[in-house]
Design a protein around this ligand. Sequence first.
Ligand code: GDD
Ligand code: MN
Length: 387
Amino acid sequence: MKIFVVPATYNEKDNIEKFITTLEEAVFPKIKDHDMHILVADDNSPDGTGDIVKALMKKYKNLGINQGPKKGLGAAYIRTMGYAIDKLGADVVISVDADFQHDLQKIPDFVAMIGKGYDVVIGTRYSGGGSIPENWPPQRKAFSIVANIFVRTVFMKFAIHDWTGGYRAIRKEVFLKERSEMSEYNGYIFQIAFLHKAVRDGFKIGEVPFHFGDRTLGNSKIAPLSYIINVVTFVIATRIKELLFGSFGKFLVVGGLGFVVNFIVLKVLHDSSKWDPFWANLVGAGIAIFSNYNFNNLWTFKDQKISGFGTYIWKMVQFYATSAFGVIFIQSGTIFIGDKLIGPDILLHVGPLHVRYYLLYFVLGTGLLLIWNFFIYSKFIWKKTTK
Ligand code: GDD
Ligand code: MN
């Protein structure tokens, strides 16, 4: 394979020469069966980093530089990785910091993981023996750790331990698939955004634990506060979009339709056919659940569509049981507990509004019911089978 190590540089004149010689003399000789290259992603560093690289290019024929205007770390990676893949025939690109915070001796491990069939290999500081600098002040350590736990939790992707790091090997197919969606992620947020899309598309992700060293020469370019804000906004906005436009949003639409079906059947049977409201509603609810089951099967969870008559019936029984359990124990149970805890039907005064307590329990109970149903539907009834 033709593999390009792509260090990003902005004002790294103190590091770049040693960085390149370390790769050339102490790392590449350990990788026997691949064609190794370096393509520096430099944003016209005013300190002359580019000139140092150009001088070294006379000595190392597998060394190149790709320069452009400064638009941020993500933009530099997209430009330079794109150049390596489109113009130089790279099969794999490896992003790495040029300030020695990424242990270059791990590059053979990244290459080996790609060789085993992983599509993206990420360096991890938070699992399997990876670590962050001992001497960082506690608040910096805490932020680094909490940020990654936050991302893993909001995305519900616990198997990936380091979402924000910049040490990664990426197969060309992944880059080409995700590139068009990356144009708005110019800064450090590139790391999370890219990995999120690769995971979404089912690429195989591997991890290489490493010790993240401290910077000894030059300065960090990250602006911590705006980075934190970017991370939180990106992760939350992405997750909300995913839920609303993904299966959760469809599940809500199907449920809303079921509510309307229930209401119409109740009204028709009661008003026109003079049924007892209890029985009229029971039939209405039964039909609504049937409608929910089928629309969820055909639309919400169409990627896991149930086929085969036997399975269809058996899953439908489970669906009715889940729905009934939810209404009886979760929704009505919440109303019951609330009523017992705070007392009977008292009015709650919120400004000019008078709300009956049981209505609050009803809203809360219905919210919990939706979560319960969605959880059981997606994790059990329409369980994803891993490909
Ligand atoms: N071309 C280019 N353009 N390079 C840049 C830019 C830019 O706008 N900004 C930073 N770099 C280069 C730096 O020169 C360095 O080699 C590398 O990218 C990392 O930048 P640092 O400024 O040293 O970042 P850090 O150490 O604070 O951040 C590290 O941790 C972040 C959070 O986990 C990096 O590993 C980031 O990738 C990571 O997101
Ligand atoms: Mn750094």
